[in-house]
Design a binder for this molecule. Structure first.
Ligand SMILES: C[S@@+](CC[C@H](N)C(=O)[O-])C[C@H]1O[C@@H](n2cnc3c(N)ncnc32)[C@H](O)[C@@H]1O
Length: 396
């Protein structure tokens, strides 16, 4: 059974692992990544519904490789024709293994093209959609190498609908992780009162609809020759693909936009509210939601004016907390600078007065700032975000 690696934001490995478990995979959690096994069709079909990983990689080989010639030998002996079409543009990321990153990257690209036994397709003729990223990771000794294919074709937070971006946006997969950490389930009331470009509410609405969060037409793995089925042909087993048809929901490449395999969320009525004090930002969030094809109730509102639309529910939010919005310039009211501490104080008053019994999950870099909401806040996970280590805090 092929081995896969889901790259996680360090600190969110357990969130990624929980999502993979829900899809039926057995996982091995490591620092920064989650390893799991699955046949290529099954994983490629599940990919459009995975919301929290940064990347998903299929391991092609893990072997001893001494020096550049050793690496070239390992790369050359793999069945690349099963995975990469000759017209694809190949991009290689090398991690570890010394100083000669550029030359190693070039040599791996060259060796794969040679193994494909076709002339290198000049860049101008390559179909731009067909980019296959290859990951080459050396271990600490620099003598063992793992070569993998990026099944998603790049960073998976890029969903395709967030083209209107406000200040300090949260990556979409981190928003999905925050929602999972909160325990919110589709059908329950959700509010993001500092919505910015609307990421949290839109991710939640996509979950509630049981839809893929991606607008992209395809993933790199849908182009893998081993997974392609010619019209009229029987599904065949390919090296490393697993038993013919096993786990494949329909033969061939996965469809993007497919509904959640688990059925979780499908049919749930979404009561999702997002607001922000900045009307321009709210318009941008609405445009993003329209592109994503989801219904979120948007409003321009200062945190102090936030009203509870129900007696219980979840507030999941990324308030302005300083660093990325320029320390102590988090909110500007008519040109007046409002320090993040003041915004947290206002938020605390609103929670105390109008949101008793609600569960709250929010981001803040420091305990002191987080405790302005309540001394009872507890850390749920800490991870890097925009160059800062940030903690998701829970309350209630
Ligand atoms: C860190 S950003 C949120 C980013 C958002 N999660 C995203 O992915 O785009 C914080 C947002 O809080 C808003 N904000 C600042 N002060 C506010 C206040 N007093 N009341 C409501 N919103 C406020 C800002 O306009 C900004 O869009």
């Amino acid at each position: 059974m092929p081995t896969w690696t889901a790259i996680a934001h360090p600190g969110l490995e357990n969130v990624v692992a929980a999502e993979l478990r829900e899809h039926g995979f057995t996982v091995d959690v490591q620092a920064g990544w989650v390893r799991f096994e699955g046949d290529a069709r099954t994983v490629c079909a599940a990919l459009p519904m995975l919301r929290t990983p940064d990347r998903v990689l299929l391991q092609i080989v893990e072997a001893r490789a001494q020096g550049s010639d050793g690496l070239a030998g390992v790369v050359r002996s793999q069945a690349w024709k099963e995975w990469i079409t000759p017209e694809a543009t190949i991009e290689v990321d090398v991690h570890g293994g010394g100083r000669f990153k550029d030359s190693v990257e070039k040599r791996v690209v060259w060796t794969i093209h040679e193994a494909l036994r076709g002339p290198r397709i000049p860049e101008q003729y390559a179909r731009p959609r067909l980019t296959q990223r290859v990951s080459v990771v050396f271990d600490r000794s620099g003598e063992r190498v793992t070569v993998s294919l990026d099944a998603g074709g790049g960073l998976l937070h890029r969903r395709g609908w967030r083209t209107d971006i406000s200040k300090a946006p949260l990556r979409e997969n981190l928003a999905a992780a925050l929602l999972r950490l909160s325990g919110w389930r589709p059908g329950e009331v959700l509010i993001d009162p500092f919505c910015g470009s609307g990421t949290i509410g839109i991710e939640a609405a996509l979950m509630a609809a049981g839809r893929s969060p991606f607008l992209r037409p395809a993933f790199a793995c849908s182009e893998w020759p081993a997974l392609r089925v010619k019209p009229g042909a029987r599904t065949r087993g390919a090296p490393g693909v697993g038993a013919p048809g096993v786990g494949a929901r329909g033969a061939g490449a996965p469809r993007v936009g497919a509904r959640d395999a688990s059925g979780r969320g499908s049919g749930a009525t979404a009561a999702i509210y997002s607001s922000d004090r900045d009307a321009k930002v709210v318009r941008a969030a609405e445009a993003n939601a329209t592109r994503a094809g989801v219904n979120v109730s948007f409003q321009t509102s200062e945190i102090a004016d936030l009203i509870a639309p129900a007696t219980k529910g979840y507030i999941v939010t990324n308030p302005p907390w300083g660093h990325r919005l320029n320390e102590a310039r988090s909110g500007q009211a008519g040109g007046r600078v409002i320090p993040a501490t003041d915004i947290f104080n206002r938020f605390a008053i609103v929670l105390g007065e109008r949101f008793a019994g609600w569960k709250v999950v929010f981001l803040a870099p420091e305990r002191d700032l987080a405790r302005r909401l309540s001394p009872q806040v507890r850390p749920l996970a800490t991870f890097p975000n925009g160059g800062v280590r940030i903690t998701a805090w829970g309350l209630g």
